[in-house]
Design a protein around this ligand. Structure first.
Ligand code: AMP
Ligand code: ZN
Length: 494
């Protein structure tokens, strides 16, 4: 079965086919690195990561490029305010973004930085001017002439007929609703950072950055372009106009947009006090794996309402997945096979795949795996899961995790490093008791605990009780409580 994916450009779900062979060339608009990434940003990046992973699992070669916007109005303003260079100002936030993305197990795309492509951007603007799509103003800035590009509005489905020719806006971080000529290149104002270029001194507009970098990395026409829904207009509309005006060819084939995240039912905003960076949540003691699980729980085109209740439930779901795997790997099963179990594993795999192929229905994929866990737990209780059934169950679980990536616990080192960052930034008081406890008391990660439990089981089976007792003592010191239940070994933290 093929992936059916919603395409904002056509306004419907279409069967996804790469333009060239087996290769998928995709571009995602990355962060503007002027602050720490918030959970809304990461909802979009996790959605894009799931798309990337699913394409890979479907057998495609994925070339996934993401830009880092390291020059824009806010960056220029903030770096001038702080008296540091643009580079110095952005380096810190870029580093933080990459650490946060890694904490969420987002597979690293090929990264491109706007500041490394400035001269190509100037060349691109010059070419647009030669072709009659751009004009220069007295101050040395350049604008795109929307009236000369008849396709303008085809992505956002806005009607620009009758629009005034030559009406323009100056500031691209405030232009969200304007339908006027947009800046391609901005002449420097006194005291502002700028670059010398073939079209004079200045800096690129935000939209031109993505046209230039995507085409430099992926060619004039490529498969997929992604971002959050707020980018449809004007950013992506403008990217299409610039790119297609220059090349005369279609730009991206598919346009993928993730819906905005709400927090406790409201738009996230600093003034409402419901604005959270990823780091805020970790400082409160929440695990990156719970956050990733929650961000992936609603399909990307659905509204995801982030709540702290939901985050608790996500943490419980992750624990449930991990305990299930532990039960499979550490219990003793009688010899043999039960065809019902292999069928259940195969059925689950199918539902998982079908859910993801259905416009990345992550909720269905998660539902499928938890249905399997429920059924298999009941079968194990009834002694109906046999030794040769286990590999197929584990394989299904692994297949699920190649998309959702929450099974192997590397949470603790990530939480520890965010605690260290808070100390280094002089924000020690923001480290919650929960995080401090997690870092101090639990010196072992979940994976380390599970290894020790497995070793304990092996020692016991070899009747080496001294070794098994020593391991149990080590776990107790690390704050891990072990329970032998009828379902096998369970563990929790004190
Ligand atoms: P920015 O750093 O503001 O350019 O945003 C980076 C990415 O995060 C873009 O793809 C945005 O569309 C996306 N984004 C920003 N806010 C939210 C939100 N509340 N929910 C989902 N995605 C968002
Ligand atoms: Zn972009």
């Amino acid at each position: 079965m093929a992936l059916n994916l919603y395409n904002t450009l056509s306004g419907r779900v279409e069967e996804f086919q790469p333009l060239k062979n087996n290769e998928v060339r995709m571009y995602a608009c990355g962060p503007t690195v002027y602050d720490y990434g918030h959970i809304g940003n990461f909802r979009t990046f996790v959605a894009i990561d799931i798309l990337h992973r699913h394409l890979q699992q479907s057998g495609y070669q994925v070339r996934h490029v993401m830009n880092i916007t390291d020059v824009d109005d806010k960056i220029i303003r903030n770096s001038a305010r702080d008296g540091v260079s643009v580079q110095e100002y952005t380096a810190k936030y870029e580093k933080a973004f990459l650490e946060d993305a890694a904490a969420l197990n987002i597979e690293r795309p090929i990264l491109v930085r706007a500041t490394e492509h400035i001269l190509e951007m100037a060349e691109f603007v010059a070419e647009l001017e030669r072709k009659g799509f751009a004009y220069r103003t007295d101050d040395g800035s350049y604008y795109f002439r929307i009236a000369n590009f008849p396709g303008y509005g085809k992505l956002s489905k806005k009607d620009f007929a009758g629009m005034q020719d030559g009406a323009r806006v100056d500031v691209d971080d405030y232009e969200k609703d304007s339908a006027r000529d947009f800046a391609l290149w901005k002449a420097p104002k006194p005291g502002e950072a700028f670059w010398e270029s073939s079209i004079g001194p200045g800096r690129p507009g935000w939209h031109i950055e993505c046209s230039v970098m995507s085409m430099a990395e992926l060619g004039e026409t490529f498969d997929l372009h992604a971002g959050g829904e707020d980018l449809i207009f004007p950013h992506h509309e403008n990217e299409i106009a610039q790119s297609e005006a220059k090349t005369g060819k279609p730009f991206a084939h598919f346009w993928f947009h993730a819906r905005f995240l709400l927090v406790e039912g409201e738009k996230m905003s600093k003034s409402l006090g419901n604005f959270y960076t990823l780091r805020d949540l970790v400082l409160m003691g929440h695990k990156p794996s719970s956050i990733r699980f929650l961000l992936a729980a609603a399909p990307y085109r659905h509204q995801l309402n982030f709540t702290f209740d939901g985050l608790q439930q996500a943490a419980a779901s992750v624990t449930r997945l991990r305990n299930f795997r532990l039960r499979l790997t550490s219990s003793q099963f009688a010899e043999g096979t039960n065809p019902d179990v292999s069928e259940l594993a195969a059925e689950t795999l199918k539902r998982l795949q079908a859910g993801l192929d259905d416009d990345l229905n992550t909720a269905q994929a998660q539902g499928a795996i938890f249905d399997m866990i429920r059924s298999v737990n009941a079968l194990i209780d009834a002694g109906q899961v046999l030794r040769d059934d286990v590999p197929a169950l584990l394989a299904t679980l692994e297949r699920f995790d190649r998309i959702f990536s929450v099974l192997s616990d590397d949470d603790l080192p990530k939480m520890r490093s965010i605690a260290e960052w808070a100390k280094a930034e002089g924000r020690e008081q923001e480290i919650s008791e929960a995080l401090a406890l997690a870092v101090a008391a639990n010196q072992l990660s979940d994976a380390e605990v599970e290894n020790k439990i497995a070793e304990m089981g092996a020692a016991r089976r070899a009747r080496n009780f001294a070794a098994s007792d020593a391991l149990r003592a080590q776990l107790a010191t690390a704050g891990v409580v072990i329970e032998n239940t009828k379902d096998g070994i369970r563990w929790r933290r004190k």
